[in-house]
Ligand binder design. Structure first.
Ligand code: CA
Length: 228
């Protein structure tokens, strides 16, 4: 999952970037509204954290432009404590959630998890696929109740596939959602991680769809007519 973090206070931005990275997200950062508008309009983020008080172009204008242009990523706005009316305006402008500064990083992470789940139509924080259960709160995967240790990369990959289960996902899409913009992407990386993941979980759960990419195929989806 890839996040755009828009925050102009360097200390807070660095702290949030570290926390998001530790939680397993690929993170791109913008520190002004102009850059934020550009990145959000061109890169496929799974969620966006948007501070409203920004230089060059304010956060509300950025948000309105994104929504007018059809950018549908879930957006969580950060507002100053004494600006309650910003929350109302922000939600009316297309924000999905808000946090008032100062906040606990854990609350930001929980709200982001919920936004990303809801964007995939999932209500339960534990994502299940046959014998697999991925608890998005703790980033712990279990296979028939037994813990499975995944590297950060494997976890990102599986988490993305689980959020988009039943749908063929291309290597390009995976690359775009698993790596930050400045990450040096290598074309065969996704195949390597898929191969490693298949050794840790029942391999047939990750189908190769010829010419398209990969599909997480869960036994319990059969007959549900779920095409993603
Ligand atoms: Ca600010």
């Amino acid at each position: 999952m890839r996040i755009l973090l828009v925050e102009d206070e360097p200390t807070l931005a660095a702290q949030l970037q570290a926390a998001l990275g530790a939680a397993g997200y690929a993170v791109d950062r913008a520190d002004n509204g102009q850059d934020a508008w550009f990145l959000g309009g061109t890169e496929p983020y799974d969620a966006i954290v948007l501070d409203l008080g920004l230089p060059v172009l304010d956060g509300l204008s950025v948000l309105r432009r994104w929504r007018a242009e059809g950018v549908g990523a879930p957006v969580l706005i950060l507002t100053a404590r004494d600006r309650w009316e910003e929350k109302v305006t922000g939600i009316d402008a297309g924000a999905d959630d808000y946090l008032t500064k100062p906040f606990h990083v854990e609350e930001l992470l929980a709200r982001l998890r919920a936004l990303i789940r809801r964007a995939s139509g999932l209500a339960d924080p534990v994502l299940r696929c046959g014998p697999l259960a991925l608890d998005t709160r703790t980033a712990q995967l279990t296979l028939e109740e037994a813990p499975v240790n995944l590297t950060a990369q494997e976890l990102r990959l599986l988490s993305y596939l689980m959020h988009h289960r039943g749908r063929a996902v291309s290597r390009g899409e995976l690359t775009e959602h698993l790596y930050a913009q400045d990450f040096e992407r290598e074309s065969n990386t996704i195949e390597v991680f898929v191969a490693r993941l298949r050794r840790k979980i029942p391999a047939q759960l990750i189908e190769t769809v010829r010419g398209l990419g990969y599909r997480l195929s869960c036994p319990d989806d059969a007959g549900h007519g779920r095409s993603g």
